[in-house]
Ligand binder design. Structure first.
Ligand code: COA
Length: 497
């Protein structure tokens, strides 16, 4: 018993000795490992290279182009400065916004809406062009007589509303809208006549009337449209019912075209299979809210500025005139941007959704324009397509130079800008005409001297400063003629400014 006890004690001691030895070696190993790691860290830390050959971020050679933070800063600065101006405006003028003031235009004289009657009268010219097309198809009118009758009808589309506005003298807002409708009718009618003329020529020259009726006749269209017709759209698979000439010569087809948000006629428009109610409601809400926002901004921000801008313009006080133009430039530009979205996105999409018109390319990325032609080819696609198809390309095909083609297009566009401004205001000052025509030399200047981002900035500056200049010139003249005609012998500069 004692022997076994002694043996156990010796074994325990041995074990204890072994354990103590093994613990200290583990600790040593751990210590050694830690030392090695620290050494390695130190070596990697100090020996790791931290300098490399590189360009500073702002140097063009660095290839750095992520300025999102700077864009955010610009937005913050814009919000802050605009808030300050808004506060200053409120303190100075109080609340000038009257959301229902536009209703007074309609209820002021509820039995006398000359512009509504004028718009309704546009049907006479639409029906006349339709009848002429039928007569030409049946051969009851010769091509030359038919062409002249079309010319007379088209001239009448522009002359008739202008003479009514100049004689009856309705308010400028209603008159502008009526003339805008007539301008659209004119452009659409020209497109309808030109396309049907081409289709009739093809139909008659082929001499295969029956075959012609069955075979889909492709109308003159741009490549973008043709590609679009094969796409699957957000509101379902695209459906196109093919119509052939002369089956398209129906009132339903003509009035569908008149309602579609395009100015170029085609035999077969791309159509959507259904109306998206949620999409339509969203666009309608935008239409209503943005219209109120624009009216509010005009009443609260633009109107006082215009009132204060008249005196420097009457006195021809140059530094103050420049100051007024710059002061008007910002709110005017805000409203123009809102107008762009309101008209080209909300309004035209509403019209397209209701009429199930599938081509929604009403604008492209004009905000990235680095040249003037790029801007004009991308900000108003319906007008651009019309200009290109019915004016520019026919001139190019006849061998005119590109510059001459551009001058013709911009001169036509200048005429319509002047028509839409001068007639409703009953003032012929040529500011809009010149503004549009000057786009050609401005385009040449930008393409020669300003490229890349500088070209983009030049386009923005022309938009921001050019418009308020033209607006101030017109409104100044309108205001002076209509509100500030002083009694005989009184100086105009003292007349209530
Ligand atoms: C003048 C204008 C038509 C020039 O447009 P552009 O796109 O810069 O002109 P381009 O020279 O690049 O060519 C346009 C088209 O004509 C075609 N074209 C050029 N030369 C041609 C020729 N000799 N024969 C046939 N086609 C020709 C091009 O191929 C191109 O067709 P595509 O678009 O199908 O490729 C355009 O700037 C414009 O419409 N401006 C006025 C817009 C306006 O007033 N808007 C008012 C909005 S409120």
């Amino acid at each position: 018993m004692q022997m076994s006890k002694m043996a156990t004690t010796a074994e325990d001691r041995k074990l204890l000795h072994r354990r103590t030895k093994s613990t200290s070696s583990v600790e040593d190993k751990e210590k050694l490992r830690k030392q090695k790691e620290a050494e390695k860290d130190r070596r990697e830390f100090y020996e790791k290279p931290i300098h490399f050959p590189s360009e500073s971020l702002f140097s063009t050679g660095s290839g750095y182009n992520n300025y999102r933070g700077v864009l955010n800063l610009c937005i913050v600065l814009l919000v802050l400065t605009t808030s300050r101006v808004a506060l200053e405006n409120l303190i100075k003028y109080g609340i000038l916004i009257d959301p229902v003031s536009w209703v007074t235009i309609f209820v002021a004289d509820p039995y006398n809406w000359p512009c509504v009657i004028l718009i309704a009268c546009s049907n006479i010219f639409i029906l006349a062009s339709f009848q002429l097309e039928i007569l030409l198809l049946k051969g009851w009118l010769s091509e030359i007589v038919g062409r002249w009758m079309h010319v007379i009808n088209c001239v009448a589309i522009l002359v008739f509303p202008a003479s009514v506005v100049l004689t009856v003298e309705p308010g400028p807002a209603g008159a502008s809208y009526a003339l805008f409708v007539y301008t659209c009718v004119f452009l659409k009618t020209v497109s309808y006549i030109a396309t049907n003329h081409w289709l009739r020529y093809q139909y008659k020259s082929s001499g295969q009337r029956k075959a012609g009726r069955r075979k889909p006749t492709k109308s003159v269209g741009d490549a973008g449209d043709a590609n679009g017709a094969e796409q699957n759209l957000a509101n379902g698979k695209l459906e196109t019912q093919l119509v052939t000439y002369p089956d398209n010569l129906t009132l339903q087809d003509l009035y569908s075209f008149m309602l579609f948000p395009t100015l170029c006629y085609e035999l077969n428009f791309p159509r959507t299979p259904r109306i998206r109610k949620r999409f339509l409601l969203k666009r309608l809400a935008e239409m209503f809210m943005l219209l109120q926002l624009m009216l509010g901004l005009i009443q609260q921000w633009i109107a006082p500025l215009l009132h204060n801008a008249i005196k420097p313009f009457v006195d021809m006080d140059l530094p103050m005139m420049v100051e007024r133009i710059m002061k008007l430039a910002i709110p005017n530009h805000f409203i123009w941007l809102i107008f762009f979205y309101w008209f080209f996105h909300s309004n035209l999409n509403v019209l397209a959704e209701i009429t199930q018109f599938a081509d929604r390319t009403f604008y492209r990325d004009w905000w990235n324009s680095e040249s003037v032609p790029y801007f004009w080819s991308n900000w108003n696609i319906p007008v651009y397509r019309w200009c290109k198809r019915h004016l520019y390309q026919p001139l190019m095909r006849r061998g005119y130079s590109k510059l001459l083609g551009q001058i013709c297009v911009f001169a036509t566009s200048a005429f319509f800008h002047e028509y839409l401004v001068s007639v409703p205001l009953r003032m012929f000052r040529w500011w809009a005409f010149m503004g549009m025509l000057m786009q050609v030399p401005f385009a040449v200047f930008v393409s020669k001297f300003l490229t890349g981002p500088y070209g983009n900035m030049a386009v923005w500056v022309s938009l921001i400063v050019g418009q308020p200049f033209a607006i101030l010139m017109y409104l100044h003249d309108y205001y002076v003629i209509n509100h500030l005609q002083p009694p005989v012998g009184q100086n105009i500069t003292n007349a209530g400014l």
